[in-house]
Structures are given as structure tokens and as C-alpha cells.
Design a protein around this ligand. Structure first.
Ligand code: ADP
Ligand code: 5GP
Length: 200
């Protein structure tokens, strides 16, 4: 039997600090078919972040040029910074059968769902808003004003949950990652993504 797979677009959203980045890393270590789409952003790098690996860190002028060139699949202003998914990170890799993962905010996710209705979208929820605040503070990467902005935005973001295909509560990390892995595994088997040739 010969089985060929077409790649999927996998959109992950959820409030800042919920654990998306942690879950995404774990998923990619478990499933090498999943590749990360590195976004462009005007936000400054955090301690330990690597240019072109975590983000393409660009100036406001460079971001404007990318917008002019129509280089983005989607883009949005999130927590006072600009972020965008580059078409060059996505299109060719899907055609090659890779599963391209976008860790993007709700505004961007809605744009992608509109443009690519077969995208698989997953919303990650915290067990509570209190726990979300604990994680965001525990990470120690944002100043107080930024933490407050991210927590306020979280209240609006969760309202968009029904627009997503799947929801996962990231309570126990291992269990949440298992669920995400299972979703990807099942979605790969959709007949629209498979081309199966049976031998005689
Ligand atoms: P996001 O990418 O959604 O902003 P991160 O992956 O940076 O979030 O996670 C925020 C913080 O929460 C990190 O310090 C991470 O280690 C921690 N974290 C992630 N998942 C869990 C979990 N299930 N339980 C407890 N802490 C978690
Ligand atoms: P952070 O600054 O914590 O890395 O990300 C802040 C928010 O921006 C997160 O919700 C993240 O998912 C979102 N984000 C990251 N890259 C993109 C992108 O390319 N497009 C959009 N719309 N959101 C993004």
C-alpha cells in the first residue's frame, strides 16, 4: 500500500502565559512532521530568544515593507506589538506534506480560518484566570504593565473559543500534550489529506 499525506495548517491560540510555547515544543519533539512557522514581530527579543528561530525580529520599517510586499498570510497588533505569519513559512511546506504550526493570537487565527477553512484550530485554556496570572508572573519575562495588559486581553480572547475546532485545558502539562498529539494524529487521517493506493 502506498500512502501519501498532504500537510495541514495547525493553528494554536490561547491567552499569553497559558503554556502554548511549552506545549508546542513538546508536540514537535514527539511528532517531527510538525514544523513551526516563525513569525515576524516588532516586539523586542526576550532573554534567551533566538532571532529566526523564535521570531524574525524586525524593525517597524522592515515590518511595513513586508506589509507592502503582501508577505503575510495574516497579521495583527497584539499587546501593543505587531506580529505576522509569513506566507513563505507556510505554503511550500504544506505542499511538501509537512504540518505547519502557527502559534498566533485570536485575531490572526480568525483571518487564517477565513482564508483556509480546512485549517485545524486549537484553543488552549488555563485551568483558571488565577492560574494564568501565576504562570505569567512565574515566567518573569514581562513588566507589570505588560502583564496587566495580557491578563485583560485574556478575558476577551477566551470569548472566541467557540470559533475553534478544538479546546484543550492545559492543567496537567503531560495530559494536555497527549491530547494535542492525538488531535494531530487523527487529523492526519482525514481522507481529504490522504492519497492511498492499494496494491493488487
Ligand atoms: P505561552 O507561550 O502561552 O505564553 P509559556 O509556554 O511561555 O506560555 O508558559 C508560561 C509559563 O507557564 C511557563 O513558565 C511554563 O513553564 C508554565 N507552564 C506551562 N504549562 C504549564 C502547566 N501545565 N502547569 C504549570 N505551569 C505550566
Ligand atoms: P509573545 O509576545 O508572548 O511571544 O506573543 C504574544 C501573542 O502574539 C501570543 O498570543 C502569540 O500567539 C501571538 N503571536 C505570535 N506570532 C503571531 C503572528 O504571527 N500573528 C499573530 N496574529 N499573532 C501572533
Amino acid at each position: 500500500m502506498n500512502e501519501k499525506l498532504t500537510g495541514m495548517l495547525l493553528v494554536i491560540s490561547g491567552p499569553s502565559g497559558v503554556g502554548k510555547g511549552t506545549m508546542v515544543k513538546e508536540l514537535m519533539s514527539r511528532d517531527p512532521s510538525v514544523v513551526f512557522s516563525v513569525s515576524a514581530t516588532t516586539r523586542a527579543p526576550r532573554e534567551g530568544e533566538v532571532d529566526h528561530k523564535d521570531y524574525h525580529f524586525v524593525t517597524e520599517a522592515e515590518y511595513d515593507r513586508l506589509l507592502e510586499e503582501d508577505a503575510f498570510l495574516e497579521h495583527a497588533t497584539v499587546h501593543a506589538h505587531r506580529y505576522g505569519t509569513l506566507k513563505s513559512e507556510v505554503e511550500e511546506r504544506i505542499a511538501r506534506g509537512q504540518n505547519v504550526l502557527l502559534d498566533i493570537d485570536t485575531q490572526g487565527a480568525l483571518q487564517v480560518m477565513e482564508k483556509a477553512p480546512d485549517a485545524v484550530s486549537v484553543f488552549i485554556l488555563p485551568p483558571s484566570f488565577r492560574e494564568l496570572e501565576r504562570r505569567l508572573r512565574g515566567r518573569q519575562t514581562e513588566a507589570e504593565a505588560d502583564i496587566q495588559r495580557r491578563l485583560a486581553n485574556a478575558r476577551h480572547e477566551v470569548l472566541l473559543l467557540p470559533r475553534y475546532t478544538y479546546a484543550i485545558v492545559n492543567d496537567d502539562l503531560g495530559r494536555a500534550c497527549d491530547t494535542l498529539e492525538h488531535i494531530v494524529r487523527a487529523e492526519k487521517q482525514r481522507t481529504q489529506r490522504l492519497s492511498i493506493q492499494l496494491d493488487e
